[in-house]
Design a protein around this ligand. Structure first.
Ligand SMILES: NCCCC[C@H](NC(=O)[C@@H](N)CC(=O)O)C(=O)O
Length: 454
């Protein structure tokens, strides 16, 4: 996930460079960024969850890492000089002309990569739930996400520098993308090694089973229908989509937003923004420990939404009026704290309320709803940015107030769902406020139209 998250954001600090070098408009950049989620939204993620529950962690993980490598290679080719001026480039550039051929093919590669990346995300979550069942699961998930965030920090730090590899006068997006593609190949090898370790772990689990233990129930397709009809599922999924839509799409535009508000170059903007993932990386495992030992998962979700609203309002209204690096830096740090609370609380709560046999599908369906937002919001933000800046050609002069207010309004809605979840939890006792370790010994509840089973 470290390498996958690096690849996801490798182009984020290079938005202005790709605009000037390959002629991508903010709209084109928005379509490219949203493409990562398109196939997932059109059902691939649901299929991925079913494959995971049917075929297991080892098969699905290897498949997802391979898909990521294929998608990355397509994107690398699209932005490379080899592709420029080819027949394919001419043909792709001849229709929907506002989207250059390189942007279309890069978006296609990103779409393939996105299938692998999201499939890997649910696979890793299910693998952690299996390895840390009854133990420090929230800490383990927090540590996994922390490693992924360090990947984002690393790429925001090195991507603009790698782009200048050939010299500051001749920057290129090819070097950073090629570097991350090579890392994804290493990631695939790492996962193949993990499959052997996981096989050995399964043998240990089998050996520890009592001979007369009842056979584990198999995953059924009807489980997917049950998940969909659960109110609890929809509240968690809505909270997830609203919160993450105000974070990941923001991440794509953040460097340019800082450049425009503070009048700084891409490297300086990335140097400020990179503290966002690193703050989240430092805190998420600690909050995971807190959740394992003390609980308060639903409260953490509410606090997180409040912090996020404050930060996005700062970027929308305060920063343009008081363009200070200290202010930008403080808001980025607070947003990092917010971004450690939701992931630390949300993902480890899912195994508390869903049964292990359909955990892969439960994660995939939450990811699916989330992906709809992650797909649409970069496009919407690109459109709002273009509409709010008529006649502005210089990518250093955009006014970001409206896009930032849109992000803040998502936080307000997420806050509403967080409060609803907490109220429901106090009435129906799902155990979301309880410590993780204790609740693992308790019965899991999965509410479906008022019923509780498993
Ligand atoms: N094992 C991963 C748990 C989820 C982590 C979460 N990522 C997502 O929700 C992704 N679907 C988003 C994406 O890939 O863009 C996170 O907090 O990073």
């Amino acid at each position: 996930m470290f390498f996958a998250y690096m690849f996801v954001d490798v182009m984020s600090p290079l938005q202005s460079l790709i605009e000037t070098q390959r002629g991508w408009s903010p709209d084109a950049f928005g379509y490219y960024a949203g493409a990562e989620y398109i196939l997932n939204v059109f059902g691939f993620l649901i299929l991925a969850g079913i494959i995971l529950d049917k075929m297991g962690v080892r098969f699905t993980g290897t498949l997802s890492a391979s898909i990521m490598v294929v998608g990355a290679c397509i994107k690398l080719y699209a932005i490379s000089d080899w592709f420029q001026g080819t027949a394919l480039d001419h043909w792709l550039s001849s229709w929907w002309v506002s989207m250059p051929g390189s942007a279309k093919l890069a978006a296609f590669g990103f779409l393939i990569f996105g299938c692998g990346c999201e499939m890997a995300g649910i696979t890793v979550s299910k693998a952690i739930a299996k390895w840390f069942n009854g133990k420090e699961m929230a800490f383990a998930m927090g540590a996994e996400m922390a490693i992924a965030r360090i990947g984002v920090f690393a790429i925001f730090s090195i991507s603009p520098r790698l782009a200048d590899w050939m010299g500051k006068d001749d920057p290129t997006v090819v070097v950073p993308v090629a570097f991350c593609t090579a890392l994804l190949c290493i990631g695939l090898i790492c996962f193949i090694i993990f499959t052997f370790i996981d096989r050995a772990f399964d043998k240990q689990l089998d050996a520890a089973k009592l001979p007369d233990a009842p056979a584990e129930e198999e995953f059924k397709l009807s489980d997917v229908k049950n998940i969909f009809s659960s109110k609890l599922f929809w509240i968690v999924a809505m909270l997830c989509v609203l919160y993450y839509s105000a974070i990941f799409p923001f991440q794509r535009y953040a460097a340019n937003m800082l450049q425009c508000n503070l009048g700084i170059d891409a490297t300086t903007a990335s140097d400020i923004f990179r503290w966002f993932p690193i703050g989240a990386a430092a805190l998420t495992p600690l909050l995971g420990i807190y959740l394992d030992v003390k609980g308060k998962g639903a409260t953490m979700l509410i606090v997180s939404a409040v912090l996020m609203i404050m930060c996005h309002c700062t970027f929308a209204l305060l920063l343009p009026a008081f363009p200070s690096k200290a202010l930008a830096f403080s808001a980025i740090i607070v947003l990092g704290i917010s971004f450690s609370l939701v992931p630390a609380a949300l993902w480890p709560s899912v195994p508390k309320i869903m049964d292990e046999r359909f955990l892969g599908s439960a994660y995939s369906l939450i990811f699916w709803v989330q992906n709809i937002g992650l797909c649409l919001f970069p496009i919407l933000i690109g459109k709002v940015l273009t509409a709010s800046n008529p006649g502005v050609d210089n990518p250093m002069e955009y006014n970001y107030t409206n896009p930032m207010l849109l992000f803040a309004s998502l936080g307000v809605l997420a806050l509403f769902f967080g409060i609803w979840l907490k109220v429901l939890d106090s009435k129906k006792h799902y155990g979301l406020e309880k410590p993780n370790i204790v609740s693992n010994t308790e019965e899991k509840v999965f509410e479906s139209e008022g019923e509780t089973f498993e």
